[in-house]
Design a protein around this ligand. Structure first.
Ligand SMILES: [Mg+2]
Length: 223
């Protein structure tokens, strides 16, 4: 089970920038007042952060109309940003998905904190939409563990199974490791630099910079 931003697509910077700009454009929030330390939010997902900000700034949840306008603006901004600086996948992402997809011992899924429409756009931009992968996203739930649960259920249905022997979540965020621990999933970190220590600290079995050298990393990830 893969996270998306920073795990399959190198999109964290552009995604945060467009996410925040859409908040300013639709809700009129003051960028300087927004806490960008996502670790301070109870749910580090697009839906979770929006909910917290609306509660803090407006004292209420967003209306359906605001949510729709917000998601549309976010997508528009992403389209503009990507037209200026194309997105890249994390190196080897396509190869590992294809390899797992071709192996009957594995089922693959995406559990992302992104909205469905921006998630699909990002996957499509880097050509990772060629394989159909069961997915759950921020449209399904605010909490990452609930999104992961939902992805698990969709994957059971898609592969016509009643259970899986083990589940491994692959993600680049500290919150991905914490959610994996809560669900008793194995956790593999994707990251470099200081992030490596943080990912090990939340239980990563290993931390990889990307998915290059598949033959070497497959036994490390799934061994
Ligand atoms: Mg991520």
């Amino acid at each position: 089970m893969f996270d998306l931003d920073g795990t399959l697509v190198d999109s964290n910077a552009i995604d945060s920038q467009c996410y925040l700009q859409a908040l300013v454009d639709v809700f009129g929030f003051d960028l300087n007042k927004i806490d960008r330390n996502w670790g301070n939010y109870p749910h580090i997902t697009d839906a979770g952060i929006l909910h917290t900000l609306c509660q803090t700034e407006l004292g209420r949840d967003p209306t359906l109309g605001e949510l729709y306008a917000y998601q549309q603006r976010f997508l528009e901004l992403l389209i503009i940003a990507v037209s200026q600086k194309p997105l890249q996948s994390i190196a080897g992402a396509s190869e590992i998905l294809e390899s797992l997809n071709a192996d009957p011992h594995y089922a693959i899924a995406i559990a992302t904190g992104a909205w469905k429409q921006t998630a699909l756009f990002k996957l499509q931009q880097v050509g990772l939409d060629r394989i159909f992968i069961p997915m759950a996203c921020s449209d399904d739930a605010r909490a990452r563990v609930d999104i992961m649960h939902c992805a698990y259920d969709r994957t059971l249905e898609f592969y016509r199974r009643s259970q899986f022997q083990t589940v491994t979540y692959i993600g680049d965020g500290v919150w991905d490791g914490i959610a994996s621990k809560q669900l008793n999933y194995h956790f593999i970190g994707i990251g470099t630099g200081e992030r490596v220590v943080d990912l090990f600290a939340v239980g990563a079995k290993c931390v990889l910079p990307n998915y290059q050298n598949l033959a070497e990393i497959m036994p490390v990830i799934f061994g």
